[in-house]
Design a protein around this ligand. Structure first.
Ligand code: SF4
Ligand code: SF4
Length: 350
């Protein structure tokens, strides 16, 4: 599988400032992206004045979370204790998985990290723009999912949505810090991959560690919580026992469902069949359409997350036939009509 270049992601592109070396480099190689990116860059910032959900008092709640994440980013890597403790992979796999759940994650898995899990180059911060990512350094990844509050996400795309996603980014970032500090104290290198500081593509890592599948909406969907999660990752040189991918029937479900595509305000999620992209049959969202909506609305939208039946809870253990899928879709429609939506903000946010 071809490695993804972080410079091509919307967050990296939107961080480019006109007149800088990085801006000139990127758009000299990607002339076709320049006009649309410049136009989106002119729009108000997420949580900023001028967006549809802006509130002078409430928008800074999410801003504060992102600011905090920015401040702790530098602790993602750190000194390794020179006195290495002798441990076994069996003991550490069990302990680290248990600890991750104890710290508040809902799901955890171990990934045998391959080249394609890592970005090829960094793109998100000017000081590291264009740096190659060395995939051979950390061979194991502890990947985990932290559950988001359904009541908050079912208000998507209101401000409640970004208050909760940023809150869970903080929680995932802190769990990753605790794990990586611990592993380094045992004498093994470890790195926390947290919001705005990823060297790897977390949904791919989570899929390969058996936490969930990637469906039509392009993000990780788990059997237990749907896409109502945020992911965290710690990569390490400490040897662990990897898990295997586990399918629960999402691919066929997505073929028959398409709810995320139908409800997406940016028409970013394809409604047609999977396409061959770089040798793999899959759906690919139009990231410019998605991100453009975020800059208009002022939150990271989240409608596709709340629209997904798995995010609302699919209790059937086995999804083994088209009839079963149709039954689940029918009962979802009966309960939520087009999609679940709570119009009122929570009392404490009014
Ligand atoms: S976050 Fe919103 S705009 Fe983006 S893909 Fe999901 S529904 Fe569409
Ligand atoms: S909403 Fe439907 S099509 Fe979209 S990811 Fe969920 S199951 Fe798949």
């Amino acid at each position: 599988m071809k490695r993804i270049d972080e410079r091509d992601t919307m967050f990296a592109r939107m961080s480019l400032k006109k007149g800088t070396r990085q801006y000139e480099d990127y758009y000299s190689r990607n002339k076709d992206k320049k006009a649309l990116d410049d136009e989106i860059r002119e729009r108000p910032n997420i949580c900023g004045p001028g967006t549809a959900t802006y509130s002078e008092v409430n928008s800074p709640i999410a801003d504060a979370n992102f600011l905090f994440l920015e401040d702790i980013r530098k602790f993602s890597e750190g000194e390794i204790n020179p006195n290495k403790v002798d441990v076994s992979k069996e003991e550490m796999t069990k302990k680290l998985k248990g600890l991750t759940l104890h710290y508040g994650a809902a799901l955890v898995g171990i990934c045998d990290m391959k080249d394609y899990h890592y970005y090829s180059h960094r793109g998100r911060h000017a000081e590291v723009y264009g740096e190659e990512v060395y995939s051979e350094k950390h061979k194991w990844g502890i990947i985990f999912a932290v559950e988001m509050d359904k009541e908050m996400l079912n208000r998507s795309p209101q401000l409640a949505e970004v208050i909760e996603t940023s809150n869970i980014y903080v929680k995932a970032g802190i769990i990753g810090m605790q794990l990586s500090y611990y592993i380094r104290l045992l004498g093994y290198d470890a790195r926390n991959h947290m919001d705005a500081n990823f060297l790897a593509v977390l949904p791919l890592v989570a899929r390969d560690a058996g936490i969930g599948e990637i469906g039509r909406n392009g993000i990780l969907t788990t059997k237990e919580y749907g896409s109502m999660v945020r992911l965290g990752l710690v990569t390490t040189e400490l040897e662990l026992i990897p898990d295997k991918p586990k399918e629960f029937g999402l691919q066929r479900f997505c073929e028959l469902c398409g709810l995320c595509s139908k409800t997406c305000p940016g028409k970013a999620i394809p409604i047609d069949d999977k396409k061959n992209i770089d040798g793999h049959l899959r759906w690919q969202i139009v990231q410019e359409n998605c991100y453009g909506i975020w800059r208009n609305i002022g939150t990271d939208c989240g409608i596709c997350i709340s629209s997904c039946p798995f995010s609302q809870g699919v209790t059937e253990e086995l999804i083994d036939s088209d009839e079963k899928i149709q039954e689940i879709l029918e009962s979802h429609k009966e309960k939520y009509k087009v999609r679940p939506y709570i119009r009122e903000a929570p009392e404490w946010l009014k």
